[in-house]
Design a protein around this ligand. Structure first.
Ligand code: ADP
Length: 463
């Protein structure tokens, strides 16, 4: 059975409060009881010894044992709630206090007996007697019997003290319970309200509303984190959803262009408008090649997604390698009257997969070339910062709109600007580039401004 947070918290508080009060009362009853017991037993012993001493003294002062003025003993017996009996050596009773004065207190103590379980060791309510020798001039001349109800140990003050203590325990238990319940209700409300909101948000997301956000203002760290996570999840799902839709339309677009060209060409042949010349077949071939390349790219991406990139790492002079790559690109730039500059720090060594590195740079440089404007300029920078190698490819080309910037590394994502430029790209190069960089434990990111240019930064570890 699932219980609500409120029920659980209240029950927890209840058990904790009751448990601690019970424990505290048990311990204090026990300890105070023990203390009282020793104190009262000592007191009782002194009392009995005093009585014995007084009786001894009385008998010592008189010549005959029967001439005693028993009034004083009687007063004592009544005052101390004791039964006193004095016998001579022949077992003749010399004095007895009688036990009528014991009745009242015995009844009272019997009543208290029910309340004071912890004093049971003292045989509450039970009558007991102890015998002491009657000494006259240090000679035993008889026996003094002193009887008392065990309860007479307990002065009424001690009973009152213990019962007041227990009453205050009961009272504090009640107050603590009420207090605890109020606090548990407040706390559980504070916890369950934002949780309910977050659950609502998740439920709405489940039925497809990815615009909802959990608007939770909680001072509980975990709840705050949960709400941030659910909002982040919604944001990610929204992005993924957008990318998925865009991917389908992008792919359709990429496939349609070559297919349309082929179709119109074939129609023109069929209608006899066009002669099937070698050049026209070459144009066909180019389109078919574009399609093949796309299919290849798709396959590559599928491989990348399996995340089992095998790197063939070796220690290479990255500076030399990059110079070579830049040199191979120079003719392409010059042909279009662009400029390709480089600022490469010498002798930078790195342990990387040379082929993959070439592919990374090829992608970045051909993008820079593709998206330049007339008289455009691109620059390649290589330097070392702490334990990282930094490679920058900077161009002053068409730039990437801010809304597209977070997605350029996604499969088939192309900014509208580049689409209009008709560069023949397929939006896959950067996806592959990113996968290669990350496989090396590095990272890649882009900074860009429309019409001003783009900078791609690759950070690679040296090892
Ligand atoms: P594509 O084959 O379209 O170039 P990429 O994956 O290499 O695919 O790039 C994805 C998109 O990123 C491009 O379509 C373009 O919109 C943008 N892009 C990449 N490099 C640049 C750049 N240097 N300048 C402007 N836009 C760029």
């Amino acid at each position: 059975m699932k219980a609500s947070l409120m029920k659980k918290l209240s029950l927890g508080f209840l058990i904790a409060v009751l448990g601690s009060i019970l424990l505290a009362s048990f311990i204090s009853n026990y300890i105070i009881g023990k203390k009282f017991e020793t104190y009262l037993v000592d007191e009782h012993k002194t009392k009995v010894n005093n009585v014995v001493k007084i009786i001894d003294d009385l008998y010592s002062n008189e010549k005959s044992l029967s001439d005693i003025n028993t009034e004083e003993i009687q007063r004592y017996a009544e005052l101390q709630e004791m039964y006193i009996e004095v016998k001579d050596l022949n077992n003749n009773t010399l004095y007895t206090s009688g036990n009528s004065h014991l009745q009242h207190s015995a009844m009272m103590e019997n009543m208290m007996n029910g309340m004071m379980h912890n004093f049971s060791e003292m045989n509450i309510g039970e009558y007991s007697e102890e015998k002491h020798p009657l000494l006259v001039n240090n000679e035993k001349v008889g026996t003094i019997t002193i009887g008392y109800f065990g309860t007479s140990y307990l002065s009424s003050a001690s009973v009152t003290f213990i019962s007041t203590l227990n009453h205050s325990f009961i009272l504090s238990a009640v107050i603590a319970l009420i207090f605890g319940l109020i606090i548990s209700v407040i706390i559980s409300r504070q916890l369950s309200r934002p949780l309910a909101k977050i659950t609502d948000t998740a439920n709405m997301m489940r039925v497809g509303d990815l615009e909802v956000r959990a608007d939770v203002n909680s001072n509980t760290k975990e709840i705050d984190e949960l709400s941030n996570s659910i909002n982040y999840l919604a944001e990610t799902l929204k992005k993924q959803d957008m990318l998925r839709k865009r991917l389908t339309s992008d792919m359709a677009h990429e496939l349609r262009t070559p297919l349309t060209t082929l179709k119109t060409h074939v129609e023109a042949f069929m209608d006899g408008i066009w002669e099937p010349t070698t050049e026209r077949f070459e144009a066909f071939y180019e389109e078919i090649q574009r399609l093949t390349k796309m299919v290849d790219n798709l396959r590559n991406i599928a491989k990348l997604e399996q995340r089992n990139l095998n790197l063939n790492k070796s220690k290479i002079n990255l500076s030399e390698e990059l110079e070579k790559i830049v040199d191979t690109f120079k003719p392409m730039f010059i042909k279009d009257s662009y400029e390709l500059l480089s600022s490469i720090a010498p002798e930078i060594m790195a342990t990387i997969d040379k082929d993959k590195f070439k592919q990374i740079m090829n992608n970045l440089l051909s993008n820079a070339h593709k998206y330049l404007k007339p008289n455009g300029k691109a620059q390649v920078i290589l330097k070392k910062e702490k334990e990282n190698i930094i490679i920058k490819v900077i161009d002053n080309g068409i730039g990437i709109p801010e809304k597209d910037l977070p997605y350029v590394f996604e499969r088939f994502y192309r900014s509208d600007l580049s689409r209009n430029k008709n560069t023949g790209g397929s939006g896959i190069g950067l996806t592959i580039t990113k996968a290669f960089v990350e496989a090396h434990g590095g990272k890649i990111y882009a900074q860009s401004k429309v019409n001003e240019g783009t900078t791609f930064v690759v950070e690679l570890p040296t090892k």
